[in-house]
Design a protein around this ligand. Sequence first.
Ligand code: ADP
Ligand code: MG
Length: 591
Amino acid sequence: MKALAGLNKYLIKYKWLLLLGILFIIISNLFGVYAPKVVRDAFNDIAETINSVTVSDETYHTAIKQALIYAGIYMMYALLKGLFLFFTRQTIIVMSRYIEFDLKNEIYHKYQQLSQSFYRINNTGDLMNRISEDVSMVRMYLGPGIMYTINLAVVFIMVIIRMLLINAELTLYVLTPLPIMSVLIYYISKKINAKSHQKQQQQSLLTGIAQETFSGIRIIKAYAKENSVQRKFEKESQTYRKHVLDLVKIDALFMPVIVLLVGLSTILAIYIGGLKVYEGSIEIGNIPEFVIYVNMLTWPFASVGWVTSIIQRAAASQERINEFLNTVPDIQNNNPVAEPIKGEITLQNVSFTYPESGITALKNINIHIPQGQTLAIVGKTGSGKSTLAALITRLYDVCEGAVIIDGKDIRNINLDVLRSNIGYVPQEVFLFSDTIKSNISFGLKQHNLNEEKIIQAAKDADIYDNIMQFEQGMNTIIGERGVTLSGGQKQRISIARAIIREPAILVFDDCLSAVDTETEDKILKNLQRIMQGKTTLIISHRISSVKNADSIVVLHKGQVVEQGSHQELLDKKGFYFDLYQKQLLEEEKIN
Ligand code: ADP
Ligand code: MG
C-alpha cells in the first residue's frame, strides 16, 4: 500500500476535482436516500385512503392522484440523483484520467533520461507494460477505486442511520448477508484479477509470436518453416483459450453471488418486516422502504470486495512503476551551463568494461585529436572501435581514465551541448518510419529547418540522386509503412542526418561498410569539405576509408597497438600493413 503514496502528489494537484466529486457523491446519495421514504409515504397514504372509508369512486380517484404525485416526486428524486451521479463521474473519473495522463508523461520522461544500459537490461515488452497496463491498473484505483470507496462510506452512513431510526432489530437481520457478500466478492475479484492477468500475459506472448513471425517471414518461408510456426502459435493459442474460459467461469460467479445474497436480505426484510407490521412496531410502508435500502447497499457492499482487490493490484502496479521512476540514470547532466564546444578530443588512460556483460572492451587507451583534425581507427570486429565512439558521445561513462574535450572532462560538460555538438553516425543504422526528409532533418532545431540544407546534406552523403528516383522524392516514407531501402542507402541517409547539423565533432562508426568502394570514395571526397575545421573520428575496418586521415590508430583487443599516418604505418610492417595486404588481395580478387 505504501507504493500508492507516491500518487498523493497528484491527488493534491487535482484536489478541487476530488473535493467537488465528494460533494456530488453526498448530494446524489441524499436524493437516493430520500427516495425510499417517498415510497413508504406513498404506501402508507394510499393504504390509509383505501382503508379509511368504504370504497367509492372518490376514494379511488384520490388514491390514483396520490399515487401519481408520489410517482412524480420519486421520479424527480431519481433524476436528481442521476444528475449528480453524472457530475460525480465527471469530476472523479475525469480526475483519474488527468492523473493517468500525467503519470504516463512522467514515466515517458523518465524513459528518455535513462541510459542505454537500462534498455539492455529491460525488454521492450516490460517497458510498454509499465506505461500501459500498470498505469491503467493505477487509474482504476484513482477513479472507480476512490469513487466507490467514498460512495460506500456515504451511502452506508446515510442508509444505516435511516434504517436504525426505523427499526434496529430489522436492520440487523437484513444486513447480515451483506458482509458475507463483501468477503465472497473479494475472493472472486481476486481470482478474476489473477486470471485476467494470466490471460493478458498469454495475449502478449501471442502478439509477440505473431510480430516475430511477420518480421521474420522471409526467413520462415526460405526455410519452409510455416508449419512449425503455425503449431507453436496454435499451442499458445490453446493456452490462451484455457485462460479465457477459466476467466469466464469465475466471472460468471460474480452476479449470482450478489443476486443470491441480496435476495436473502430482501426475503428477510419482507418476512421479519411482515412480522413487525403484524406486531405493530413498524408501518406497512417500511417494508418496501427496507427492500429499496437493501438494494441501495448492494453495490457498495459488493464494491468493498471489488475495490479491495483493485487497490491491491494498483499497489503492485505502482510498485513496478516506482521501480522505474526511482532508477537513477547512470549518465547524468552534471553541468547546467551551456558553453560552446570547439572539438579538441583527448582520451586519457581510458578503460571500459560493459557493466551488463563484464566484457572489458577498452584497456588504457590514450588518444589525442587536435581540434579540426581527422583521426581514423581501424581494427578487427570486436576490437572496441564502437565502444570508443560510444564513450566519446557519452552513451556510456568510462570506467577508468577520462574523455576530455577542450580540456574538460566530458562528465563536466553540459550533456545537451555535448551531444548536439557531435554528429554521430552509429554502426547500426536506425531510421524512423517516416519521410526521408524528416529522417535527415531529425537533429535540426525547428527554426533551422530549411529545404536547401536537407538537399545539400543528401547530396554530400551521395544519396540525393537515389532519393530523386522515388516518386515522392524527399517525402517518400521509409521503413515499415513505406519503401525498403538497401543497407547502403540507409547508411547514407544516416550520414546526411549527422552532417546536416554541422557539428563541431563528427563520429562515423563504420558507416560506409555497406557501400561499394566507388561510392565510398565519392562520399569521402564530399565529406572532406564538410570535415573542414571539424574534429572527425572515422572508424572503419577498411583501409580505403581511413588512409587519408591525419592520423590512424590501430586497435587490437581493446588496446592501441599502432599509431601514425598511412605511410608511417605501412613502413612499420605490423598489424596495419598486414591488414592492408589482405584487403588489397581481396580487392584484386573482386576486380
Ligand atoms: P567493434 O566496434 O570494434 O567491432 P565493439 O566496441 O562493438 O567492437 O565491441 C568490443 C567488445 O565489447 C566486444 O567483445 C563486444 O562483444 C563487447 N560489447 C559491445 N557492445 C556491448 C554491449 N552493449 N554490452 C556488452 N558487451 C558489449
Ligand atoms: Mg563496431
